[in-house]
Design a protein. Structure first.
Length: 193
C-alpha cells in the first residue's frame, strides 16, 4: 500500500492569496526559477556528455551565480524565515483553506540552505481542475519530484503519497483505488464516514 508522506508540510509553500501583488517578489522568483532551470538543463546535458569542458565551465559559472544569489536571499527566503512569514502557507494548509482552488497559484520550494523558487505552477483552468480533482480524491496528481529510487509521488486528498516499489507502475485509476482503500480504513478507524 502507498505511504502517506509529510512533503506538503515541510518545504512546499504557496504564497498566500491574501498577499498583495509585489513587483520585487515577482522579479525575485523569476530570477530564482531561471537559475534553477538553467542548472537542471546543464545537469541533464552533463549526464549525456560528462566530459564536455564547455558544459563543465557553464556549470561552474552557474554554481557561482547560484551561490551569490543564495547568499543574498538566505536571510529572507530560506526555510526558517519562510515558516515565520505569514505571506507563505505550507502547501497542505493552502489546500485545506482554499479548496476548491479557483485562482492560479504556484507551489514554491525551499530548504534550510536554498531560498524559495517555483517547482510547480497551476495557471490554467485545466491545471486547477486537475488539482481540485486530486484534492477531492477523484484522481491522483503526480507531484513535482519523484522519491527515493525514482518512485513517483502523488497528491491525493490533502496528502502526498509514495507507492511501494511493486505499485510504482500503477495507473492513475489504480493508484486512486489503492489510496482510497487506505483512506477508507483510516476513516472507519476514526469513526468518520
Amino acid at each position: 500500500m502507498p505511504t502517506k508522506i509529510k512533503m506538503l508540510d515541510y518545504g512546499d509553500f504557496v504564497r498566500s492569496p491574501e498577499t498583495p501583488a509585489d513587483e520585487n517578489w515577482a522579479e525575485y522568483i523569476k530570477m530564482a526559477d531561471r537559475l534553477v532551470g538553467e542548472q537542471r538543463q546543464v545537469k541533464a546535458k552533463l549526464d549525456q556528455l560528462p566530459f564536455s569542458l564547455d558544459l563543465q565551465e557553464r556549470k561552474r559559472k552557474l554554481d557561482g551565480y547560484w551561490s551569490e544569489y543564495t547568499a543574498l536571499f538566505r536571510d529572507k527566503y530560506t526555510l526558517a524565515r519562510v515558516e515565520q512569514n505569514p505571506m507563505f502557507l505550507h502547501a497542505s494548509r493552502f489546500f485545506h483553506e482554499y479548496y476548491p482552488i479557483r485562482v492560479p497559484f504556484s507551489v514554491l520550494s525551499c530548504s534550510c540552505d536554498i531560498p524559495l523558487y517555483t517547482i510547480r505552477e497551476f495557471q490554467t483552468p485545466k491545471d486547477l481542475d486537475r488539482i481540485n480533482n486530486a484534492l477531492a480524491e477523484k484522481l491522483p496528481l503526480r507531484w513535482w519530484h519523484d522519491g527515493p529510487m525514482d518512485r513517483p509521488r502523488y497528491l491525493f486528498g490533502r496528502h502526498a503519497w509514495e507507492p511501494k516499489a511493486s505499485e510504482a507502475g500503477a495507473s492513475d485509476t489504480g493508484m486512486a483505488l489503492l489510496i482510497s482503500e487506505i483512506l477508507e480504513k483510516e476513516r472507519q478507524r476514526l469513526g468518520v464516514v
